[in-house]
Ligand binder design. Sequence first.
Ligand code: DGL
Length: 272
Amino acid sequence: MRAIGVFDSGYGGLTILKSITSVLPSYDFIYLGDNARAPYGTRSFETVYQYTWQAVQKLFAEGCPLVILACNTASAKALRTIQQKNLPQQYSNRRVLGVIRPTAEVIGNMTRSNTVGIMATKGTVASESYLLEIDKFYPQVKVLQQACPLFVPLIEQQEHLSPGMDYFLEKYSHQLMQQSDQIDTVLLACTHYPLIENSLKSHFPENVKIVSQGDIVAKSLVDYLKRHPEIDEQCTRNGKRRYFTTDDVESFDAAASLFYGESIQAEHIHLT
Ligand code: DGL
């Protein structure tokens, strides 16, 4: 099996995998969640890079010709080094793509006020990757960022529908809107956040559009495969799915169905 690899620090990338498999159902996919070392959002650049590169190499060893970093933190902190240094040196026929660039390519078309808010992990915000990437495509668009460090742990603990969550939804949305009342588009730049998209809506003014990345990334991948037949023809198409986690399999299966919307049977994998 030469599947498309989809990597995340934990469960969040399953929201991206869901969108991808709905537009590319016949392709084979391997999902890898590094749950044992999640969350990545507060970790250093070097640590996120090392963990991500270990995971990518494992997916290559499983036969993946193409790996999607379905994690904003990994895309922000590891993708550039992997693409510019590791691949040319060691895996010149494999490809690794992230989620930031495809999102940056389209987000400017969604705002009328030319003012976009970003909600993300501390690591993604500190990397300023969205500021840089959006500026390349839409220099006229102003981008305001808000780190939301409590969202991922609360979602991972399945507390995102509890009343306590409201405090943080209000706090972070208020802090973002305080930066500019012109914001009319808020990008959920973390793969966990689609689970709170509906809850977040009521904390923003009605004219503010909340955007999740799954469909954007899926559309961009379809387009990429069309433009790169040399990669596309390497990917096998038997509709198979495999799921790996670096942590406990039973816990993964239980929580993963929340993110993926169907039951999953994961296999344990060790990353070094
Ligand atoms: N999946 C990560 C992201 O999209 C969030 C989880 C983490 O902090 O590891 O940024």
